[in-house]
Write a protein that binds this ligand. Structure first.
Ligand code: NAG
Ligand code: NAG
Length: 358
């Protein structure tokens, strides 16, 4: 039973009880007494959920103003990881898993509603960040719709076609979980020709080193030209909002506006980088000059032509964030930088493909 179904059923029940009582009283020639508050409990729960939602919204805004959230993007990686684990636990294809999850949610929403946190990833509840009683939006429409057309969906599944319902459920489920991380970056679907292989080199004293490598069908020179067109890097990498070349003491520097994300929040931070170019060796090294987000940063690119055509692209990233991630998130911080490297490399592949180099 969904939220409003439960409320409705409870109200109907209360109304029936009240009507019966009135009839009885009238039969005995007595005035009906006003009463019957059986319907107010679900209303209280709804009101409670809504007010805590409002509090969360308001506080969220205040918190964003008060704290420097830019220190916290690690947490979004941690959440993404939890979500993945949660999904894998079911060992179901995403569409079906989401469909079943939606049905489960619909069935258990009555019980869950008392906690005011229905439909949320259970793992999120156990996150100390969220155990302070703040409530999240708990949309009910998806579950309801899924239930209504469950039969149709089943028929479609028999014929092996992807059901719009399961797709809807999958999308809504994704939206629910993604709402938490609010990946504000625009969706890109690069035609990846070779998966980047990414590994952690080291993570010591808040400094993370990650190495990524991939093969590309593109010409080494084209890759080098693309990477050294600094003013266009914001069109290549989804995490770069702006990229401008500035000159300081005759030295070429790159001022970038990079994006961070945390839950439903996101923002940008400025980074000033210097670049060492070596076109002959196919090497580019970006080093930190100044940033409010990082103590240290180095991005190394090595493009090596391959005998059979194409090239090998290596990208090593070394980052020391200003705010060291808390112990709990150390493992997730590693993952976020590894993900960063693979995303950067995928973006590069995508851009090479768009430019017709592969
Ligand atoms: C470095 O950044 C800070 C603010 O983040 C700024 O006040 C300072 O002037 C910058 N220094 C240089 C050398 O750009
Ligand atoms: C990346 O790191 C690995 C391991 O230290 C090293 O072998 C490789 O040469 C590095 N690549 C670049 C481009 O710095």
């Amino acid at each position: 039973m969904t939220w409003d179904e439960e409320v409705h059923a409870s109200r109907t029940h209360a109304a029936v009880v009240q009507a019966r009582r009135e009839v009885k009283l009238q039969q005995r020639g007595l005035e009906p007494i006003p009463g019957g508050n059986a319907g107010t409990l679900p209303l209280c729960i709804v009101a409670g959920a809504l007010s805590s939602l409002l509090v969360w919204r308001r506080q969220g805004r205040q918190l964003r103003r008060r704290f420097h959230w830019r220190g916290l993007p690690f947490i979004s990686a941690w959440l993404a990881d939890q979500r993945r684990k949660w999904r894998q636990r079911g060992r179901l294809p995403p569409g079906r898993a989401a469909g079943q999850a939606a049905t489960c949610r619909a069935q258990s929403s009555a019980a869950a509603s008392t906690s005011g946190r229905s439909h949320l990833n259970p793992d999120l509840y156990h996150n100390p960040l969220f155990s302070s009683g703040s409530s999240f939006e708990a949309p009910t429409a998806p579950a309801k719709r899924v239930k209504k057309s469950k039969k149709k969906a089943k028929q479609r599944q028999i014929h092996g076609r992807p059901s719009p319902v399961s797709r809807l459920a999958a999308r809504q489920s994704a939206e629910l979980s993604i709402r938490a991380s609010a990946a504000a970056a625009p969706e890109r679907s690069p035609p990846v020709t070779a998966e980047p292989a990414v590994r952690l080199l080291s993570s010591q004293k808040g400094t993370y080193s990650v190495a990524g490598q991939m093969h590309s069908m593109a010409d080494a020179a084209d890759v080098y030209v693309l990477l050294s067109d600094y003013a266009a890097l914001d069109r290549v990498f989804s995490s770069v909002e702006q990229s401008n070349v500035v000159h300081s003491n005759g030295q070429k520097q790159i001022l970038q506006l990079c994006r961070w994300e945390f839950l439903i929040f996101s923002g940008t931070f400025k980074t000033l980088l210097s670049v060492a170019e070596d076109p002959v060796a196919g090497r580019l090294v970006f080093s930190l000059v100044n940033s409010s987000f990082m103590r240290d940063f180095e991005g190394r690119w090595q493009i090596t032509p391959l005998d059979g055509g194409g090239c090998s692209i290596e990208h090593n990233l070394t980052v020391a964030p200003v705010v060291a991630p808390p112990e709990t998130f150390a493992g997730y911080a590693q993952k976020i930088f590894m993900r960063q490297v693979s995303r950067v490399m995928e973006d590069l592949q995508g851009e090479l493909a768009r430019r017709g180099h592969i």
